[in-house]
Design a protein around this ligand. Structure first.
Ligand code: FA5
Length: 349
C-alpha cells in the first residue's frame, strides 16, 4: 500500500513540475489549482487513504503529501503575483511606456486661510448668541464710512484712519463700521448684527499693521441697552473664542460714533505680556474698540435715540487670528506663501 502511495506521490510531483513550467496565464494556473489541490484531486485521495496505513508509513507518507500540497500552494501564490506583474508590464508596453501603477499626482492640498477659520468661528459664536450676519461693500462712499458715523469732513478723527481715495470720490472702506448704518437702514430696530469684512488703510506696515486687514463689526440696538450689556457681550465673545481665561483691560477710547467709547486690549499672547515686536513692547494688543452708539449715528440710521439705545464694537479679526495661532508678524497672512497656509490644512471646517 505504502509503495503504491510512494509511487503515486512521485508521479504527482513529476506531473506537477512539468505542468507548472507551462503556466503562462491565470486560466492555466486555475487548472493547476483544481487538478492538484481541488476536492477531487489525487492528493486528496492520498490524504484520505492515510488512515488505512501502518502508523510508521502513515507518518512518512503524510509528511510527504503535506509537503507536496504546500509546495503547490506556494507555487500558485507566487506565480499569481508574477502573472499580475506581467499583465501590468504588458499594459505599460501597450500604453507606450506609461506606468499606470505609479501613484497619481493629487496636486497640492488646499487649506483654509486662518482669517477665514477665525471669521467662521466668530460667526458661529455670534449666531449662537442671536446675531445676524450682514455684509457691506469694500468700495464705499464717504457718507457710510465717515459722515453717517458722525465724522463730518474736516473732523480730526478722519486722520486716525488714513484713507485710500478713488478718483471718483469713493474710498476703500477703512472700517467695517460702514455696515452699522447700512444695517440700520435695512432692518431698523431692534437690531443684532455682526459684519466680518476686509478693510484698507494707507498706513506704514509693520509686525501688527497691514494696509489690508480684517475687522468684525458688531451692533446691538434695543430698548434699554446699557454698558453692562456691552461688557457682558465682550466677555462672552472672548471666553467662547479662546476657551480659556484671557486677560483684558478696558480703557477709555475715542471714536466719534460712540459715546462713551472704550478700547478693550488683550494681553499679548505671543509674549505673555512681557513685550515683543508684535505688541510693540507694550504687552497688550489693541483688539476690540467698542462703546455706546452715538445718538447722531442712530438718527443717521433712521432710528429714534429717544426710544432706542445700543452698543457697537469693531474688533481686529486679523489680530485675533494672530493671537489664536501665535502668528508673530501680520505680513505673513497676506503673503500668499504656501508654506504658511500648509500649516492650517489639518483644521477642518
Ligand atoms: C475702528 O476701526 C472702529 N471702527 C472700531 C469701533 C467700532 C469702535 C464700533 C467703536 C465702535 P480702530 O481703528 O481702532 O477702530 O480699529 C479697530 C481694530 O482693527 C483695532 O483694534 C485693530 O485690532 C484692528 N486694526 C486697525 N488697524 C489695523 C491695521 N492697520 N492692521 C491690522 N489691524 C488693524
Amino acid at each position: 500500500m505504502s509503495d503504491n502511495v510512494f509511487d503515486l506521490l512521485t508521479a504527482l510531483e513529476q506531473d506537477f513540475n512539468a505542468q507548472a513550467a507551462l503556466v503562462d496565464s491565470k486560466d492555466k494556473l486555475e487548472e493547476i489549482r483544481v487538478r492538484f489541490l481541488g476536492k477531487k484531486s489525487e492528493i486528496n485521495s492520498v490524504l484520505k487513504g492515510l488512515k488505512d496505513m501502518e502508523p510508521e508509513a502513515r507518518k512518512v507518507m503524510g509528511a510527504r503529501a503535506s509537503a507536496f500540497r504546500e509546495n503547490v500552494e506556494r507555487f500558485i501564490k507566487s506565480r499569481e503575483t508574477e502573472l499580475v506583474n506581467l499583465d501590468i508590464a504588458r499594459e505599460i508596453e501597450a500604453a507606450g511606456g506609461f506606468d499606470i501603477t505609479l501613484p497619481g499626482d493629487y496636486g497640492l492640498k488646499g487649506s483654509m486661510h486662518p482669517i477665514t477659520i477665525v471669521a467662521r468661528e466668530l460667526t458661529q459664536i455670534f449666531t449662537s448668541m442671536g446675531f445676524n450676519v450682514v455684509d457691506g461693500p469694500e468700495l464705499e462712499s464717504e457718507y457710510y464710512n465717515f459722515e453717517a458715523l458722525n465724522v463730518p469732513a474736516d473732523h480730526p478723527a478722519r486722520d486716525m484712519q488714513d484713507t485710500y481715495w478713488c478718483d471718483n470720490g469713493q474710498l476703500l472702506r477703512t472700517q467695517t463700521s460702514t455696515c452699522q448704518i447700512r444695517a440700520m437702514e435695512k432692518f431698523g430696530a431692534p437690531l443684532k448684527i455682526i459684519a466680518p469684512g476686509r478693510c484698507f488703510r494707507n498706513e506704514s506696515i509693520d509686525a501688527s499693521h497691514e494696509n489690508t486687514f480684517f475687522q468684525f463689526e458688531g451692533m446691538v440696538i434695543d430698548k434699554d441697552v446699557s454698558i453692562s450689556n456691552l461688557i457682558y457681550c465682550m466677555k462672552q465673545l472672548l471666553s467662547k473664542f479662546f476657551q480659556k481665561d484671557v486677560e483684558v483691560r478696558l480703557r477709555p477710547g475715542f471714536f466719534p460714533f460712540v459715546e462713551p467709547g472704550f478700547e478693550l486690549d488683550l494681553k499679548c499672547m505671543i509674549c505673555g505680556g512681557k513685550g515683543c515686536p508684535t505688541c510693540k513692547q507694550s504687552g497688550w494688543i489693541e483688539l476690540l474698540p467698542c462703546g455706546m452708539v452715538h445718538p447722531n449715528v442712530l438718527r443717521a440710521g433712521g432710528i429714534d435715540p429717544e426710544e432706542y439705545t445700543g452698543f457697537a464694537f469693531g474688533g481686529g479679526l486679523t489680530r485675533l487670528a494672530m493671537m489664536r495661532y501665535g502668528i508673530r508678524d501680520i505680513r505673513v497672512l497676506n503673503s500668499g506663501d504656501i508654506r504658511v497656509m500648509e500649516q492650517f490644512n489639518k483644521v477642518i471646517y
